[in-house]
Design a protein around this ligand. Structure first.
Ligand SMILES: [Zn+2]
Length: 170
């Protein structure tokens, strides 16, 4: 689904709920947690390939500190791949300087030939806020969140942990 269609996309209501939203992906019927479990089972070396921060962010829905990741100020051209499964997720053409301390994109990559979403979105009610969490649609890795305060043309700000992506320069 398009993020702009997400029912909680425009919500800024604060909530005290900490119950995770386990709404499954419409396309596969799988939650990100189920995708992560399947991916980890099929890739037993995953915990060795990912460093501690990458594991925390992608597998435990963690967040790196602002301005600490390696890509928040990255300007090189290239493709950003999923640190967990190598899927193509973002392109430097869509990257912009948001000033928030995390790499920010106006949209996921448009390169995927199937037309399927490369990034899934769902409601995240943790930490006393209602946000829209983004995950890799292929492996379920947590990536970050998407906010409705990005620049044109999409108006979206995909706020992504550096630890969850790997730049492949071109
Ligand atoms: Zn992935």
């Amino acid at each position: 689904m398009q993020v702009s269609d997400h029912p909680d996309y425009r919500r800024t209501v604060e909530t005290s709920s900490t119950t995770p939203d386990l709404t499954p992906d419409r396309a596969t019927g799988l939650t990100p947690e189920q995708k992560r479990a399947a991916h980890a089972a099929a890739n037993p070396d995953l915990s060795e390939r990912l460093d501690a921060m990458a594991w925390h962010c992608t597998q435990e829905a963690g967040t790196e500190q602002a301005f600490t990741g390696i890509y928040w100020d990255e300007k090189r051209a290239g493709t950003y791949r999923c640190a967990s499964c190598d899927a193509t997720l973002f392109d430097s053409d869509d990257k912009f300087d948001s000033g928030c301390g995390w790499p920010s994109f106006t949209a996921p990559t448009h390169d995927r030939p199937t037309g399927e979403d490369v990034v899934d979105a769902r409601t995240d009610s943790s930490h006393g806020m209602v946000r829209v969490e983004t995950t890799c649609s292929a492996c379920g890795a947590h990536l970050g969140h998407v906010f409705p305060d990005g620049p044109e043309p999409t108006g979206d700000r995909y706020c992504i942990n550096s630890a969850c992506i790997i730049l492949e320069e071109r």
